[in-house]
Design a protein around this ligand. Structure first.
Ligand SMILES: *Cc1c(COP(=O)(O)O)cnc(C)c1O
Length: 474
């Protein structure tokens, strides 16, 4: 592309983006393509000579959108949302054009100083104590890895990075059975090993059993293990299970453990004071992660990672070869020392645009609506004789099951068929999970552009398709 064409094509891209977003309600939410179908439409080898932008853009329009699952669709009720609020998308366009590598203060002073401010804006929005500082990691998985590495180094008196783990007492990390697989993976990557992640049993609401936690730590100490950390879950991925944060943190602190709170999804709702009871006691944690790139509206990737004492994190992760030293600027922040990766994007810009373009008030209204609409949908389904609510709403997430009276076959199989039929239909998108060993269907309201009528469409779609399946079966 000749550089004189840039202006024209970036305008075309903006227009395309606006048209795309407007077209979403008409599109099926989940991609309706088969595996390999898109791959076969792409050339086998890279071109030797340049293609015209006209041709590239036409191929993009022809091949890509139809092969996407539309995460910005107002009726995306699967997994958790991954909202890209329009004002934050504009910030991403600008950050991409600037194309900065924001590893050090001096490689990106404005990005670094804006990041310090935006982390503090979010801290205030969540009402966390002033001592919490932080950074934007790419994902919650990375923040959790950083926390597990910190647990390791702190427990080894900062000798692990240098000497390795050979000959050390096995370090133990505790978490409920329902925690996210990113904690398991952090144990692998940190070299602590899957077997040293101790999964503590949960109560009937999916919360970690505090007595079992205490017992496990005690038993481990007696057996010669070294307890190092605790991961507390707020709003688990499957059905929103949430630990008693205050009680878990009290045990963690009494035992000298480093405490990390994973609130990847639910953290966004903590901008609303009335939901903060869900993580009461969180100020006792050492490390907290939540994903503005899930519910709040920051496009991927953007995980806010707060730490009470940045020194422990930086001591774990800072490496300063000669070429990375910033002379004469002691005390300034180099965010690459707060994360595993060296190079980093300019993530703070989208948070600045997001918080200013909608205001905390606007974002609270969105979250409150999602919670209310989801609860209303759960009530309506509960009122139908052939549906049961299998887990009550946690914020905007609940699970349900289609269980028509007198159904002869396997209900797990029926619900698997139902979720597939719903997603093939395309008006809404849902995912399934296991609860108490049974196949259930999850619903989570979260799309940035969702309206109340979208929940009504969900109700009609779910009931209509379910009953169609049942009458088909006779
Ligand atoms: C989504 C999620 C994660 C993983 O988030 P990434 O940012 O994709 O790494 C971790 N924990 C919980 C509870 C989640 O919901």
């Amino acid at each position: 592309m000749d550089k004189s064409e840039f202006r024209n094509w970036s305008r075309r891209a903006s227009d395309w983006s606006a048209d795309y977003l407007e077209s979403l309600p008409e599109r099926p939410v989940r991609a309706q393509v088969r595996p390999g179908e898109i791959g076969r439409m792409i050339a086998d080898s890279p071109p030797e000579s340049a293609h015209a932008m006209e041709e590239i853009f036409a191929d993009f329009e022809r091949i890509i959108p139809g092969g996407m699952t539309h995460w910005q669709h107002p009726r995306f009720f699967a997994y958790f949302p991954s909202n890209a609020a329009p004002a934050a998308v504009i910030a991403e366009q600008l950050a991409t054009a600037i194309g900065a590598q924001c590893m050090l203060w001096q490689t990106s002073p404005a990005a670094t100083e804006l990041e310090v401010r935006m982390i503090d804006w979010l801290r205030q929005a969540l009402d966390l104590p002033e001592e919490f500082k932080g950074t934007f990691q790419d994902t919650a998985s990375s923040a959790t890895l950083c926390a597990v590495l910190t647990m390791r180094e702190r427990a080894l008196d900062w000798k692990g990075n240098k000497a390795g783990l050979f000959g050390q007492k096995p370090l133990r990390v505790y978490a409920s059975k329902g925690t996210h697989s990113s904690i398991d993976k952090a144990m692998w990557v940190a070299g602590l090993g899957q077997d040293n992640l101790v999964h503590i049993p949960v109560d009937e609401n999916g919360a970690i059993r505090i007595d079992d936690l205490k017992t496990a730590i005690l038993t481990d100490r007696e057996a010669g293990y070294q307890p190092a950390g605790l991961v507390v879950c707020v709003g688990g991925t499957s059905t929103g299970a949430t630990d008693d944060v205050a009680a878990a943190c009290a045990v963690g602190r009494a035992e000298g453990l480093y405490i990390h709170v994973d609130a990847a999804w639910a953290g966004s709702a903590m901008i609303c004071p009335e939901f903060r009871h869900l993580w009461a006691g969180v100020e006792q944690a050492d490390s907290i992660v939540f994903n503005p790139h899930k519910w709040l509206g920051a496009p991927m990737e953007c995980s806010a990672h707060f730490v009470r004492d940045p020194e422990t994190l930086v001591r774990t992760l800072a490496i300063q070869p000669e070429y990375l030293k910033t002379y004469g600027k002691e005390g300034l922040v180099n965010f690459s020392e707060w994360s595993v990766q060296l190079g980093r994007r300019f993530r703070a810009l989208k948070i600045w645009f997001l918080l200013r373009a909608y205001g905390l008030d606007g974002l609270r209204t969105m979250i409150r609506n999602h919670v209310a609409w989801s609860q209303r949908l759960a009530e309506r389904l509960a009122g139908e004789p052939d549906f049961e609510i299998t887990t009550q709403p946690v914020l905007s997430l609940f699970s349900f099951r289609y269980a028509p009276k007198g159904h002869a076959g396997d209900l797990d199989e029926l619900n698997r068929r139902l979720v597939n039929a719903i997603n093939d239909d395309g008006r809404i998108y849902l995912t399934q999970t296991l609860h108490d060993g049974r196949q259930v269907i999850r619903f989570t309201a979260g799309p940035f552009e969702m309206e109340e009528q979208d929940a009504e469409i969900a109700f009609d779609t779910i009931c209509g398709i379910a009953r169609g399946l049942e009458s088909e079966a006779g």
